[in-house]
Design a protein around this ligand. Structure first.
Ligand code: OAD
Length: 246
């Protein structure tokens, strides 16, 4: 593994524009379950009952109870050494754009500032009538309502919904302009996020991967480091910073 980290650190050190794509595995060592895999959330819960517009129309209270449970889970977790390493990279690097599929907000809590949240944020809600988005912590009175009287829904992209086009454009621009795309903790199965590594390669960027398992993105990677994010990322970032003399 060390020689792959060396190789990845060299590629990183040579690149001034870096993009990062993260998925649920990024937060696994913070204690937040991933979606797929043996302990994955989608093994225990049925997405069509909890994470679709139809589910919300049928039973908004049930859907909110699921998001309230996840808010509580995440509120008790902390950014791990991997999140902190990526925030350190941003502080010391000319340009780092972080694109995440995660809705847990842990990258921002770790100190990353240029974060694009593709799938929304667990701690925000949106008025179904006005479309306005606000910070939101679920209480006992579920489902919550906006002051206009309409329902508030979680500000999360559900199955069957499109991503916000401005958010997607920002992510695509970041991967098309980067020299290295670092892909961490995603199975790379859910589009459009899964297409970002393909776009990066097509634009001439090198792809690096950190994931204990092989994924759909592995074959694109110049270096696929098979290890957990909280262990590998501090080593990788420290080595890249040392090579740049920081
Ligand atoms: P998945 O659950 O599909 O994949 C998690 C990935 O993390 C797998 O490839 C694991 O091997 C890897 N992994 C596990 N532990 C890890 C660790 N400690 N370090 C690094 N990697 C680790 O999660 P995503 O790819 O993020 O969408 O799933 C994409 C989307 O599917 C999610 O954003 C969610 C879900 O439906 C929405 O909720 C809109």
């Amino acid at each position: 593994m060390q020689s792959l980290i060396d190789q990845a650190a060299r590629l990183l050190a040579q690149s001034s524009r870096v993009a990062i794509l993260t998925g649920a595995g990024m937060s696994a060592e913070s204690g937040i379950p991933t979606f797929r895999g043996p302990q994955g959330l989608w093994r225990q819960f049925r997405p069509e009952e909890l994470a679709t517009p139809e589910a919300f129309a049928r039973d908004p209270r049930l859907v909110w109870e699921w998001y309230a449970w996840r808010q509580g889970l995440v509120a008790g977790c902390h950014p791990n050494a991997g999140h902190l390493a990526l925030a350190r990279l941003e502080q010391h690097w000319p340009s780092v754009d972080l694109i995440t599929q995660n809705v847990d907000g842990l990258h921002s809590r770790a100190g990353s500032t240029r974060v694009t949240e593709l799938h929304g944020n667990l701690f925000q809600a949106r008025c179904v009538a006005e479309g306005t988005v606000r910070d939101f912590q679920a209480g006992d009175d579920l489902p919550p309502h906006c002051s206009c009287g309409a329902l508030l829904r979680p500000h999360i992209v559900w199955f069957g919904e499109s991503l916000n086009s401005r958010v997607v454009e920002k992510a695509v621009a970041a991967v098309e302009e980067c020299q290295v795309l670092l892909v961490v903790g995603t199975s790379a199965l859910v589009t459009p996020a899964a297409l970002l590594p393909v776009m990066a390669r097509r634009s001439g960027a090198e792809v690096l991967e950190v994931n204990p398992q092989a994924t759909a993105a592995s074959e694109l990677a110049a270096a696929a480091i098979r290890g957990p994010a909280a262990r590998v990322l501090p080593l990788l970032v420290d080595q890249a910073l040392a090579l740049r003399g920081d």
